[in-house]
Design a protein around this ligand. Structure first.
Ligand code: SER
Length: 618
C-alpha cells in the first residue's frame, strides 16, 4: 500500500532531482485574492509569478499545498467528496513547457524508483481544440505521449469542460491541459479502445498538467501570457484512492484514524448502516477542515463573517451529525487532536496552534450545545402547551406552526433541522412553508454582507437550487402517479426563481390533474419525508424500480435517491413503500419539509406528445 507520507516524499524528491525548488505550503487564506475565501489549488498562491513576476526560488518550483474547496460541501458523506485536500504540484515559470512536463509526469508515474505504475493501466486526455477561440487541438501533447509509448487508443481528446483549467478566481492565468488517469475498472487491464472518453467511469483522474498560455481578463477575454508556464496538480487523497484501489476516500491514512476515533467515541461502527457511515464521514471531514483552517498560520476563529463563518458552519454541522451518532458531550477536541497528529509533520503550524484550535473548538461546541439545550427547554414548553390544550379541549395538536418553529430559531437559535428532528421523534409535523416565510422576512432585514461572499456552495442560491432539485423528484413521481407510467421526464431546468420540467403526455393536463399533482407534491413536503441515498449497481437500481434511467449513460455503480418512510429506508428493503426513488447525482435536501410550498404556475405544450410544467416554491 502507498501511504500519504510516501507519496509526498517521492513526489518532492523526484522534482528536486529535476532542479525544482521545494516550497512550503502557502496559507489556506489567499493573500491578495478577494474573489475566493480559500486557497483552492497549488497554483493559486503562485498567481503573481505565473503572471510574470520573478519568484525568488527560481523558475522551477514544487510543493504540497493545503487546499479547500467548499462548492460540494453538501455532497460530503458520499464515498469521495471532501472539503480539505492536499495537492502535489510542480511549476515552470517560463522555463520548460509541454515536452519536459509530460516526460517527467510519465517518468514519475512509471519509473520503478518512483510510483512504478504499469503503462497498460494508464490513459491520458488532451484538449480537443476550440475553433471559435482559435485554439487548436493539442496534437503536440498527444505526440509527446505517443513518443513515450502511450497507445493511440488510450488518448482521449476532450473539450473545455474536461481539458481546460482555470482561472482559479474570476480572472487570471489559464490554459489547456493534459490529464492522466489510472484504470479502476474490472479486470487487471483495461480492454482495447478504453479511455476516459469512451469509458469515463472506469478511469480515475490522478494528475493534471496545465499549459498556461492565457490570462482571462476582467472582460472575460483570453489574452496570451507573455510567459508560458506549466502548472501541474495531483490530488493526494484522490491518487491514493486510485492507486490503492480504495472504495472510499475515508480509507486514506489522512482520514482513517479520524473515523476510528469517531467509532471509539461514539461506540458505533462505521459500517453499521448508511446513515451512520454518512454522519461519521461528515464529522471526520468537517472537523478535519475546521482544524486546518483554525490551525493555519492566519489562525481563523469561528465567527459570523468570511472564513470564520465557514469554520462555524463546519463545526456546527459536525456537532449535529455527532449528536445523531449519539455523541452527546463535547467530542470535537478529540477528533481535532487526531487531525493534528496526522498533519503535524507536514504542516507544523497545526501543532503550533494546537491550544488555539482546542480552545476555539471547545468554545464553539459548548456554545452550540447550549443553544441546543436551551432550545430543548423551549421545545419541552411547547409540547407541554400541546398537552394542556389536549386536556382542555380534547383535540390533539399535531403540527408545530411556522411561527413557533421560527420563535425557536430566533430566540433560542434552534436550527430548523433540529426542530424537524425533534418533531419527528414526537410524532409531530412542522409547518415548514410558514417557517420559511418568516425566515425569509427576517433574513431580508439582517442579511450580513459576508453571506454574499460564499464563493463555493454555501451561498443561498445553492440551497434554493437544492430545494428545487428535490421538488423535481417529487413532481416526477406525482406525474407518474396521476397521469400514468408514460409520463416520464424528458428534461428539466432550474433557476433561482423557478423550475421547468418536461415530460411525455399526449394531451394537455386538465385543471383537476394539475391540482391533484400539486396537492400530492405538497402532501409529500408536509409529511417531511427523509431523503436518503445509496450507491448500488445499475442492475440493483432497476430491481428497486428506480426511475430516471432514461437518457444518460450511467456508470456501473449509480447513486439512487429515495424519498420515503425513514424506518423502511433504514432497513433498505427494496419493496419498502417509498414516495420516489430515482437515479441521480444529487444534491438534495435532507428532508422534504425543507422545500417550502410547491406551486405549478404553467402547463404547456412544447412539441407533439411533450409537455412542460413551470413551477415555483414559496
Ligand atoms: N491547477 C490545476 C488543478 O487544480 C493543476 O494544478 O488541477
Amino acid at each position: 500500500m502507498l501511504t500519504s507520507k510516501e507519496l509526498r516524499q517521492k513526489y518532492l524528491e523526484f522534482f528536486k532531482s529535476k532542479g525544482h525548488a521545494i516550497l512550503p505550503s502557502a496559507s489556506l487564506i489567499p493573500d491578495n485574492d478577494p474573489t475566493v475565501l480559500f486557497t483552492t489549488a497549488g497554483m493559486h498562491p503562485l498567481v503573481p509569478y505565473l503572471m510574470g513576476q520573478k519568484h525568488p526560488e527560481g523558475a522551477r518550483l514544487a510543493n504540497v499545498q493545503k487546499c479547500i474547496r467548499t462548492q460540494d460541501i453538501d455532497e460530503v458523506g458520499d464515498n469521495r467528496h471532501d472539503t480539505f485536500f492536499e495537492m502535489l504540484g510542480n511549476w515552470s515559470l517560463g522555463d520548460y513547457f509541454k515536452k519536459e512536463a509530460i516526460e517527467w509526469s510519465f517518468e514519475f508515474l512509471t519509473s520503478k524508483e518512483y510510483l512504478g505504475l504499469d503503462i497498460r493501466k494508464l490513459a491520458v486526455s488532451v484538449f480537443s481544440g476550440e475553433a471559435e477561440n482559435n485554439i487548436p487541438r493539442d496534437e503536440e501533447a498527444a505526440g509527446i505521449w505517443k513518443s513515450l509509448g502511450m497507445p493511440e487508443d488510450r488518448i482521449a481528446y476532450l473539450p473545455r469542460k474536461n481539458n481546460w483549467w482555470g482561472p482559479a478566481g474570476q480572472t487570471g492565468p489559464c490554459g489547456p491541459d493534459t490529464e492522466m488517469f489510472f484504470w479502476s475498472g474490472e479486470g487487471e487491464f483495461p480492454p482495447a479502445g478504453s479511455n476516459p472518453a469512451t469509458d469515463e467511469d472506469n478511469w480515475l483522474e490522478i494528475w493534471n498538467d496545465v499549459f498556461m498560455q492565457y490570462n482571462k481578463n476582467a472582460e472575460g477575454k483570453y489574452e496570451p501570457l507573455a510567459q508560458k508556464n506549466v502548472d501541474t496538480g495531483m490530488g493526494l487523497e484522490r491518487t491514493l484512492v486510485a492507486l490503492n484501489g480504495f472504495a472510499d476516500v475515508f480509507q486514506v491514512d489522512t482520514f482513517w484514524p479520524l473515523i476510528q476515533k469517531i467509532e471509539e467515541v461514539a461506540g458505533r461502527e462505521y459500517i453499521e448502516n448508511m446513515a451512520v457511515t454518512k454522519s461519521m464521514r461528515i464529522v471526520a471531514d468537517h472537523i478535519r477542515t475546521a482544524t486546518m483552517i483554525m490551525g493555519d498560520d492566519r489562525r481563523v476563529a469561528p465567527s459570523n463573517v468570511d472564513q470564520g463563518y465557514i469554520v462555524r458552519r463546519l463545526i456546527r454541522r459536525a456537532v449535529r451529525h455527532g449528536r445523531q451518532l449519539g455523541m452527546n458531550t463535547n467530542f470535537c477536541d478529540q477528533i481535532a487532536l487526531q487531525v493534528i497528529e496526522i498533519f503535524k509533520d507536514v504542516y507544523p503550524e497545526v501543532e503550533k496552534n494546537k491550544e488555539f484550535i482546542l480552545l476555539e473548538l471547545a468554545k464553539e461546541e459548548t456554545k452550540f450545545r447550549n443553544t441546543i439545550e436551551q432550545g430543548m427547554k423551549e421545545f419541552e414548553k411547547l409540547l407541554n402547551g400541546f398537552r394542556i390544550a389536549f386536556e382542555k379541549t380534547g383535540t390533539h395538536i399535531t403540527e408545530i406552526s411556522g411561527k413557533q418553529a421560527f420563535k425557536l430559531f430566533e430566540s433560542a437559535g434552534f436550527p430548523l433541522e433540529i426542530t424537524l428532528e425533534l418533531a419527528r421523534e414526537n410524532g409531530l409535523t412542522v409547518n415548514v412553508a410558514e417557517f420559511e416565510a418568516a425566515y425569509k422576512a427576517h433574513q431580508e432585514l439582517s442579511r450580513a454582507g459576508a453571506e454574499q461572499k460564499f464563493a463555493g456552495g454555501l451561498a443561498d442560491h445553492s440551497e434554493v437550487s437544492t430545494k428545487y432539485h428535490t421538488a423535481t423528484h417529487l413532481l416526477h413521481a406525482c406525474l407518474l402517479k396521476v397521469l400514468g407510467p408514460h409520463a416520464t421526464q424528458r428534461g428539466s431546468n432550474i433557476t433561482q426563481e423557478r423550475m421547468r420540467f418536461d415530460f411525455a403526455n399526449p394531451q394537455k393536463m386538465t385543471p383537476e390533474q394539475i391540482k391533484e399533482v400539486e396537492d400530492l407534491v405538497n402532501a409529500a413536503i408536509q409529511k417531511d419525508y427523509p431523503v436518503s441515498w445509496q450507491e448500488m449497481t445499475f442492475e440493483e437500481a432497476k430491481e428497486k424500480n428506480a426511475i430516471g434511467l432514461f437518457e444518460d449513460k450511467y456508470q456501473s455503480r449509480v447513486k439512487v435517491y429515495t424519498v420515503g418512510d425513514v424506518n423502511e429506508i433504514a432497513k433498505a428493503d427494496p419493496s419498502a413503500p417509498t414516495f420516489s426513488r430515482e437515479v441521480c447525482g444529487g444534491p438534495h435536501v435532507e428532508h422534504t419539509g425543507m422545500i417550502g410550498k410547491f406551486k405549478i404556475v404553467k402547463e404547456e405544450a412544447i412539441s407533439a406528445g411533450m409537455r412542460r410544467i413551470k413551477a415555483v416554491i414559496e
